[in-house]
Each structure stands twice: as structure tokens, then as C-alpha cells.
Design a protein around this ligand. Structure first.
Ligand code: TXA
Ligand code: MG
Length: 326
């Protein structure tokens, strides 16, 4: 059993102290960020990071995001050019990750950066994440706190379901607010969208005044720049059928707006009855998990608009729908 601390009864700072002590001793701590729950390890401790990969059941050592509390701390980890500084000032703390050249003397263990000379860095906005980072005083590397191949956790219960018995502590800060992982922008050369996420592309482009390049991954293949972008990374057990405009008997329905006719109430969840993409993002992973647990063979998903957070929602749904090895 992982020790569970809850901020329902403990203030964030009080929960942060034991969490930071556990991390400093090489432990693995799941904690809330505004995007999804992360599974944290002390970013300077290679052995703890190795145990983190083992706990997640990662097929390979995908590079991890280094979380830091301030821009000053970020500058010890990575080298910021003008574009990166602009983005950091506009979006941090918040759901944006920057891939940058490693700083000289970067304290993040090379296992966490998969031996690359670049590093992914982010300042999370969640008060619990902030409090733990302040208390530890070192970068925390944290992938989403799910078993490899599962959808990302948006509640502490999801974390317990996937990782209980494999990690040391779970800090329960309630359901997250954004519900999608951070947007990842590469700032090596021209700024590039490596992963759509909680910060909409249009907002980033508005700050920079340029269009972001986009790295597309071929089905079934990793991108060399973002090796974590496996096509079937966000996979429920059920098959996923996208852009459904009709519903077959026995299919579960993931609705958006007014649901398709014929859905059985016990097999239907609505991302946003009023068609709101922010609400839909916050519900996406929880609803996918819950529909998967109904045992339905197929989850039919209604069309989701492509603008705003719709880009990231559709990206995750395409990955969930991609064919995958049994
Ligand atoms: O919202 C989030 O980003 C959450 C919370 C916990 O912060 N974290 C998260 O981590 O989604 P993870 O490990 O599930 O996804 C990190 C992604 C992976 O696709 C990885 O390949 C990519 O970041 N990445 C990390 N370092 C990179 C680098 N140096 N170059 C390119 N991609 C990198
Ligand atoms: Mg993940």
C-alpha cells in the first residue's frame, strides 16, 4: 500500500513536507498537477528514476519532464533563448512544457533525459505541486502517474488503481482542473509543437506571432524528437471508434453535446453536454476509464471540434483508437 496523504484534511504545505522527504530519500511520490497526476522522483537521483521507469512498466526509457518551481530554477536546468523566455513568461506556471538545450551543469540525471542533450522543463501551477517543489529544492522528474499504455490519471483513485503497491506515496489533491497533459513545444531552432495539450496552439502562436511547426508521428512509430509519442499511448482495453454519427447495439458511447440516440444510460458518458471543450478535456481520461470498465468491446466517440483544446483532445482520441499489439 502506498501512503496516501489528502489535502482535504491537510493544507498543501503540510502534505508537501513528508512528500519532499520521501522524494529526497529516493522514494516515488504521485502528486497532482493542474494537467494530470504525475509520478515524481528526485530528478537528480538516477536510481530513483530507474525505479520510476520500473513502476510505470515503461517499454523504454522515454525522456521525462523536469518540473521546477520558478524560472530561476528552470535556468539551472535549461538554456532559454528569446522565444523560450517569451513562452515561459506568458504560460508559466501552467500547462506548457518547453524542450530546450540542457544547461551547463544541469542537475537532472542523464537517465531522465534519455542521454539527449535537450531537456523538457515545466513549472506546474497546482499549489500542491508547487509546495512539494519548494520543499524539495531540486527538480522533480514526473511522467503521468499511470501504468505505461494506460490513459493518464486525473484523480488519486486512478493513480491507486494503476500503481498501488508499486510506489511509496500518493498525495490526493482532488480531481485536476485541466485534464490533459501539458502542450510540449520544442525550442531547438524554429518553435515546434511536439505534443498538443492543455495550452491551446492558438494561444501559443498569438504570443509568438508565428505558426508552430508540427511533428507528426507515423502510425505505430515513435518520433525521434518525442519518443513518448507512441501512437497507441493512450489505450483503453476496448476498441475506440471515432467520429461516430450512429451507434451499434452493445457499443458504449462517449458523447459530446446532445448524445446519439439509442445509447444505454449505463454505457454512456458525456464529455460536455453543453459542447464546451474545456469541460470535455477535464472529463476525457476519467470517462474513457469508466467506459472501459463497463466491459464494452467498443467505445464509440462522437465528433469533437478541432479548435482550441479540441486539437489535443482529438490527438489523444486518435492514439486511443490506433491499432495496437494484443
Ligand atoms: O502534463 C504533463 O506534461 C504531465 C505532468 C505530470 O507534468 N507529464 C507528462 O509526462 O505527461 P509524460 O512522461 O507522460 O510525457 C512527457 C513527454 C514524452 O512524450 C517525452 O517523450 C517528451 O515529453 N519529452 C521529454 N523530454 C523530451 C526531450 N528532451 N525531447 C523531446 N521530447 C521529450
Ligand atoms: Mg504519459
Amino acid at each position: 500500500m502506498a501512503l496516501i496523504l489528502t489535502t482535504k484534511t491537510l493544507p498543501a504545505a503540510a502534505a508537501a513536507r513528508p512528500a519532499a522527504e520521501c522524494l529526497a530519500a529516493g522514494g516515488l511520490v504521485a502528486f497532482p498537477t493542474e494537467t494530470v497526476y504525475g509520478l515524481g522522483a528526485d530528478g537528480t537521483n538516477g536510481e530513483a528514476i530507474a525505479r520510476l521507469y520500473e513502476a510505470k512498466g515503461r517499454p523504454s526509457f522515454n525522456p521525462l519532464i523536469a518540473h521546477v518551481p520558478t524560472l530561476e530554477a528552470a535556468k539551472h536546468v535549461a538554456i532559454f533563448n528569446e522565444i523560450a523566455l517569451k513562452l515561459a513568461r506568458a504560460f508559466w506556471p501552467g500547462p506548457l512544457t518547453l524542450v530546450l538545450p540542457k544547461a551547463h551543469g544541469c542537475p537532472v540525471a542523464s537517465l531522465a533525459t534519455a542521454g539527449l542533450d535537450t531537456v523538457a522543463v515545466r513549472i506546474p501551477a497546482h499549489p500542491v505541486a508547487q509546495a512539494i517543489l519548494q520543499a524539495l529544492g531540486a527538480p522533480i522528474v514526473a511522467p503521468s502517474a499511470n501504468r505505461s499504455g494506460h490513459v493518464s490519471p486525473t484523480t488519486a483513485a486512478h493513480v491507486r488503481h494503476d500503481l498501488d503497491g508499486r510506489i511509496d506515496m500518493i498525495v490526493d489533491g482532488g480531481p485536476v482542473s485541466v485534464g490533459l497533459e501539458s502542450t510540449i513545444v520544442g525550442c531547438i531552432g524554429a518553435p515546434t509543437l511536439l505534443r498538443p495539450g492543455g495550452a491551446p496552439r492558438a494561444d501559443i502562436e498569438a504570443v509568438l506571432g508565428v505558426t508552430l511547426g508540427r511533428i507528426e508521428t507515423a502510425p505505430g512509430h515513435d518520433s525521434p524528437l518525442a519518443p513518448g509519442m507512441l501512437e497507441s499511448h493512450y489505450a483503453p482495453k476496448a476498441a475506440v471508434r471515432l467520429a461516430a454519427t450512429t451507434l451499434d447495439t452493445n457499443e458504449a458511447l462517449l458523447a459530446f453535446g446532445a448524445p446519439l440516440p439509442g445509447a444505454r444510460p449505463e454505457r454512456m458518458l458525456n464529455l460536455s453536454p453543453r459542447g464546451d471543450l474545456i469541460e470535455a478535456a477535464a472529463n476525457l481520461f476519467g470517462h474513457l476509464r469508466a467506459l472501459d470498465e463497463t466491459g464494452a468491446q467498443t467505445i464509440a466517440v462522437m465528433p469533437i471540434p478541432a479548435h482550441g483544446l479540441g486539437e489535443a483532445i482529438n490527438d489523444r482520441l486518435r492514439r486511443a483508437a490506433a491499432d495496437r499489439p494484443a
